[in-house]
Design a protein around this ligand. Structure first.
Ligand code: DAH
Length: 360
């Protein structure tokens, strides 16, 4: 018994020695697995994950491979248990690698961070950088809106015009300096190909004629659009700019109506009570004619030209000046927009510099 007990003891002792090796092996594996899972979980991009993959499960010199080789030092009897343990660890490590790969593919940088991150819906969002309408287009839309509420509908006319609509019907005779070719953009080939001179319209007053030719009175329209003049560009001039034309024809229209409409319009556009001042002036298509100014703080600023439609204009479109009267006005849209936004150079509108355009 004693000897067998001694043998047993020796055997037991031996077995204990080899069991320790298995325990060490298992502990090593567990530590390796924990390190690998931490590395895969913490990888914040594909490169980091690949580096961790090579370190732990690389086919040639990965640490798992090295651990597998260490199985040789485990007692023969324990190798099966060690093998099972190794397979478990491999499965666990590969699952962590797979999870990290999927996490990065879904665009999340860290599994750990994800789970602890708090989504705060009250934080301000990031404003998307969207484009918007050009400041002049915005102004045009606003002017249409204001005048629409005063009962004016929008009329349009062509930008390439003939002399009747740009001059003659507007009571601008052929010897008038405004018709000088140097003051206008005449289209050189037009006379030959169209049989009459054509030019880029120099004013939106052309649309008054186009509307009255087609429509019997009463008329209550505005027209907004581009006009062209061969001016050298500087802070207040540009060879193309925009005007708003207004025309109201009815029975017994007076200059008091004109002043009221301009005042209501200016008040709506500027958002506070504005006064309108008339200074005597001359335009061929109105009689009497005025320059209208509006108050701006302590200043008066030029608003545009206006007046009572000249009887010659009414006759030119077949209206009876004994029956109807009306007023007309024309103003520069850039100037209104510049005043409102403190822009000091008209050329800014047409440079297409987004640093300027983005402010509106
Ligand atoms: N057409 C004029 C210009 O371009 C502006 C103007 C003045 C228009 C008086 C009008 C008006 O309708 O009555 O300078």
């Amino acid at each position: 018994m004693t000897s067998s007990a001694g043998l047993l003891d020796i055997g037991h002792l031996g077995s204990v020695i080899f069991s320790m090796a298995l325990a060490d092996f298992i502990q090593q594996l567990d530590e390796l697995a924990a390190e690998a899972v931490t590395a895969f979980d913490g990888a914040s991009n594909a490169d980091e994950l690949e580096a961790a993959r090579v370190e732990f499960v690389g086919a040639k010199s990965g640490r798992l491979k090295a651990a597998q080789k260490g199985m040789g030092s485990v007692d023969k009897d324990d190798r099966k248990a060690a093998g099972i343990q190794l397979n478990d660890v491999k499965t666990k490590v590969e699952a962590a690698l797979q999870a990290a790969t999927e996490r990065l593919a879904a665009g999340r940088s860290s599994g750990k961070k994800q789970s602890t991150e708090i989504f705060d819906p009250t934080l301000p969002g990031k404003r998307p950088r969207l484009g918007h309408l050009h400041p002049i287009t915005q102004t045009i839309e606003e002017l249409k809106d204001i005048m629409g509420r005063l009962g004016f509908s929008v009329a349009e006319g062509p930008e390439i015009e003939d002399e009747r609509h740009n001059f003659e019907a507007l009571n601008i005779p052929s010897d008038h300096p405004a018709r000088d070719p140097l003051e206008n953009f005449y289209i050189a080939a037009a006379e030959k190909s169209q049989g009459k001179p054509l030019l880029l319209r120099s004013q939106t007053s052309t649309v008054q004629i186009r509307v009255m030719e087609k429509t019997p009175p009463p008329v209550r329209i505005i027209s907004l659009g581009r006009v062209y003049r061969p001016d050298t560009a500087d802070a207040t001039h540009y060879p193309m700019f925009h005007q708003m034309e207004g025309l109201l024809i009815d029975r017994q229209v007076t200059m008091a109506d004109l002043k009221s409409v301009l005042r209501l319009f200016a008040t709506s556009y500027l958002g506070h009570d504005v006064h309108i001042r008339f200074r005597p002036s001359f335009f061929p298509f109105t009689e009497p004619s005025v320059e209208a100014d509006m108050s701006w703080g302590d200043d008066w600023i030029e608003f545009g030209g206006a007046g009572m439609v000249d009887p010659n204009v009414l006759r030119a479109v077949g209206y009876d000046p004994e029956e109807v009267t009306g007023f007309a006005f024309g103003l520069g849209i850039e100037r209104l927009c510049m005043r409102r936004h403190g822009v000091t150079d008209i050329r800014e509108f047409y440079k297409n510099d987004v640093r300027f355009l983005h402010q509106f």
